[in-house]
Design a binder for this molecule. Structure first.
Ligand code: SF4
Length: 582
């Protein structure tokens, strides 16, 4: 594939920024990124502190100042965008910055971004970043990187006409920054101003992310310091079933077609039963309260009736042991896997929320995606759940930007959503990730480039208007790499039907225990507001089956450390402006 843009910098600390903003401005295009080798172990993280330390002490870091970028790789010739980021120290001296002569010596850095379009148009802008004595090397690196991203946004935005809604804000959880700022006592008006000025977030996205965060606050008392609402022993549990009837072309999870793995299913369910028993005993021993439970995957409703009902029975006996979670979701990724028997079993075992996911109600698209259900099948499954005497909260997932879909197809799906009126509507924007069939077949670039950001945004706005017309509001939000239009996924809900699990999993303010294949856990130590690294279950069912005992006991050890010991002091929060990682 021809190179669309050659992006280079004189320090390895800028490599992630070239990659991330390169994807925003040249979606699906081949990028040639050239930065100098990082010292020591060759990683960017190793180079970053080195560059910043040198900056604070006034010495020009060898890998950074004035060093020519490494040559772009071979095979990147031809007309392409050229983008160059340079960061060079400006030795101000004590006379220019009186009062800042104490060690470490203050120094300013000039960050400059220059871009040349294939048609010869060009622009260059620069910004000077002055080190503050209390900045750590890591914080200083982030300031330099943020300046470089702002400059890339301005220069490339001007030349391409693209105005990315999220500005330079990167990462999966834009709400995390808002919560961090609110936790430090910043009023919401100041948070909004900060997002716009520091991260160049567009006003409509500032509205969205602050609305979502404000709606989440009442659910996030863990770690937000409200002793009345704070339950230090509340947790969530996720259970992953790694099978689906067929694999959707956009799916990047490690999911296996059930028909081909039918013989493995009893072994997987037996292993899961063992993990449920071990973790259930630990939950009881430590006096933990399961606030929300999420049965996902894959499609957990894929197994035949008898196995599915037995699974719910095992969850109730081995894990819950008399507890009734406030929320218990079953993700029915595929409408063809629903029937009355399974719904009766769900109702009997305390399930409160069911996802029936069409993704689209355009038959041709469903076929193209490799989903074997029809639109009629979705309507029938939805009806079955809705008419069931148990008052399930019903969620529908839809995706904007599916291959072959434009405004007319999206309008058809949204008209169906208005007619069916689910309690929750989750609006995804297609992401073409490595591991998906779309990516493997080389269709990713075409899919990502097919719609302009404006076209994708218009459809996402229609979906948002549909959700609001159903009395729903946005309550959780996340972003992914390689998304159409660099947009976002948003969960909408009627008031009172917000999914606790989705909020807690996304905002990481509560411990989540992941069970089953491919399940990830999140260990949250509320007294100190720490999120600790948690073990991950292998996604391959065979590996999971072989290692389940060891995996489960390792989790028990972690849970005992987390909930069985002394309370540690809260970690101090860094001042506003020195946050890293966004
Ligand atoms: S239904 Fe969901 S989990 Fe299953 S293959 Fe499709 S996208 Fe993947």
């Amino acid at each position: 594939m021809p190179v669309v843009a050659r992006l280079q910098a004189n320090s390895p600390i800028f490599a992630p920024d070239l990659q991330q903003l390169g994807q925003v401005f040249f979606p699906g295009g081949e990028l040639a990124i050239a930065v100098p080798e990082a010292p020591d172990d060759g990683g960017v993280s190793a180079a970053a502190p080195a560059a910043a330390s040198a900056a604070v002490s006034g010495a020009a870091p060898a890998a950074t100042a004035g060093t020519a970028p490494a040559a772009a790789s071979a095979g990147d010739s031809g007309p392409a965008w050229q983008v160059t980021v340079t960061a060079l120290p400006v030795d101000t001296g004590p006379d220019e910055l009186p009062g800042m002569t104490a060690q470490p010596r203050p120094i300013r850095w000039r960050v400059r971004v220059e871009a040349i379009a294939p048609d010869g148009r060009r622009d260059a802008q620069e910004e000077v970043v002055a080190a503050q004595p209390d900045w750590s090397p890591r914080q200083y690196d982030h300031r330099l990187r943020r300046a470089a991203r702002r400059l890339m946004l301005a220069v490339l935005g001007g030349l391409t006409g693209i105005a990315p809604g999220w500005g330079i804000l990167t990462g999966v959880r834009p709400t995390k920054l808002v919560h961090d700022l609110l936790d430090r006592g910043l009023p919401m008006a100041e948070v909004r101003r900060y997002l716009a000025e520091e991260y160049r977030v567009r006003p409509d996205k500032v509205d969205l992310v602050t609305e979502v965060a404000a709606r989440q606050r009442p659910f996030l008392r863990h770690g937000a310091g409200d002793p009345e609402r704070y339950d230090p022993r509340a947790i969530s549990v996720y259970i992953g079933i790694p099978y689906c009837p067929t694999i959707c072309s956009f799916c990047s999870f490690s999911i296996y077609p059930l028909q081909e793995h039918r013989g493995e299913l009893p072994h997987f369910l037996a292993a899961l039963h063992r993990e449920l028993e071990i973790i259930g005993a630990a939950v009881a021993e430590l006096g933990l309260r399961i606030e929300s439970l999420y049965l996902g995957g894959g499609t957990p409703t894929s197994p035949p009736d008898r196995e599915f009902a037995a699974l719910l029975e095992q969850i109730e006996r081995a894990l819950l042991r008399g507890q009734r979670p406030r929320e218990y979701t079953v993700e029915g990724g595929r409408p063809e896997t629903f029937n009355r028997f399974k719904l009766d079993a769900m109702a009997a075992h305390g399930v409160t929320r069911v996802s029936v996911n069409p993704q689209t109600t355009v038959q041709a698209t469903l076929r193209h995606l490799g989903r074997i259900h029809t639109v009629e099948k979705f309507y029938r499954a939805y009806d079955l759940v809705r008419r069931h005497p148990h008052p399930f909260v019903v969620n529908c997932d839809i995706i904007i930007g599916l291959p072959g879909e434009g405004p007319a197809e999206v309008a058809q799906t949204l008209a169906d959503m208005r007619r069916l009126a689910p309690d929750n509507l989750t609006v995804h924007t297609l992401a073409v990730k490595r591991g998906s069939r779309l990516h493997g077949e080389g269709a990713g670039p075409e899919v990502l480039r097919r719609l302009t950001p404006q076209e994708a945004e218009a459809m996402v706005a229609e979906a948002a208007a549909t959700a609001r017309s159903l009395g729903q509001h946005p309550y959780y939000l996340y972003r992914q790499k390689y998304m159409v239009g660099s947009l976002e996924n948003v969960g909408y809900a009627r008031p009172g039907t917000e999914s606790l699990y989705n909020i807690q999993m996304m905002e990481r303010r509560q411990t989540v225990i992941g069970l089953g294949a491919g399940a990830t856990s999140a260990w949250f130590y509320a007294p100190a507001n720490w999120l600790l690294k948690a073990p991950e279950n292998p996604s391959h069912p065979g590996t999971y089956i072989a290692r389940v005992e060891e995996l489960a006991w390792r989790k028990v050890e972690h849970l005992r450390l987390l909930f069985g010991g002394e309370t540690l002091a809260p970690a101090p929060r860094p001042p506003v402006g020195t946050e890293t990682g966004f």
